[in-house]
Design a binder for this molecule. Sequence first.
Ligand SMILES: Cc1ncc(COP(=O)(O)O)c(C=O)c1O
Length: 394
Amino acid sequence: MIYADNAATTKMSDAAVRTMTALLGEAWGNASSLYVHGQKAKEVLEKARADVAAVIGAEPREILFTSGGSEADNQAIRSAAELGRQKGKTHIISTAFEHHAVLHTLERLKKEGFEITLLDVHENGLIVPEEVEAAIRDDTCLVTVMFANNEIGTIQPIREIGAVCRAKGVLFHTDAVQAVGHLPIDVKADNIDLLSASAHKFHGPKGVGFLYAKKGVRLTNLIDGGAQERGKRAGTENVPGIAAMAEALKETAGAMAVNAARQSAMRDRLIEGLSRIPHSALNGDPVKRLPGNVNFCFEGIEGESLLLLLDDKGICASSGSACTSGSLDPSHVLLAIGRVHDVAHGSLRLTLGEDITEEQTDYIIKSVREVVEYLRGFSPIWRDLTAGKKEFIL
Ligand SMILES: Cc1ncc(COP(=O)(O)O)c(C=O)c1O
């Protein structure tokens, strides 16, 4: 099998599995206990905090462990909203192509009286800092823009957006779930106040993540209870999982340059090969995108059938995001960049692993070509397009 769905999740690294399994036996104490088992767990926890912080240029006390990206997004946005409300500022700016962990949190805040501006995403899948600046008002309390999109992989001008927010005195959050470990991040230089990350996107375990909150940004609890995580996130810490996350992050981030060079070469080979399929189009900017992300639309076919047939050929891919597969709605991300419904339905996302080879890449190109041709053979939409009853869009 060729696993090309790394944006959905990644396989845990051997080092992360080793760390986690060893610690299940060795660091089983409650990190809040004073005796030796607790202190061992506490030591592991704080070492993990320092390791995670170092990768993104933060201080250890600015890292709060969570159950993953969704929780970190919720807590970051709710905290900024609460701080805003206290000052009478209830306007939040975000974008139309955020992950649902952000969009659904914003929808809930809207019901609670916040006003939400969702910026348009340009056709190339990018947000423009000047448009963020123009949208900021006196009552804006938060700008939240994702670092890299989970479907089309486009990398946003985060440092510039952060600079705009800082100049205007508005908090800036970025959902960096797809970026952490894969792209260079320095929260200080990038002007980031709040950042969310998730271990299972960089070869760590599922159900573990972290929130970076710049010193001085007061967090609101989502979970009340004990005094863990400086009183901001109650619940006995998952020490083996957290340590495995730190291990995976050190390893993935440590090999970032080598991984990115290999993945982007294979990505560009795939883009080149798939572009030769008639009436197809790459989604998102060809250059400003994650090293392993390829996302295409093929006119006249259904993404779901494409996936099933690719699965038969031993290729694991996705159409839209994993969270929306199974639903018939076209991806909100593809609609946000201006794809019409029919075209958005025929989408394919391939997200390559660090170990992808040239042979595998060529096999994917050959398989996608065959499957697209086969499906078009009995597609009524394709028949109408080729008979001139409908106009080609791509
Ligand atoms: C951009 C983005 N944000 C948030 C999440 C949610 O992360 P988690 O699965 O850890 O809750 C995901 C997961 O797919 C994602 O891709």
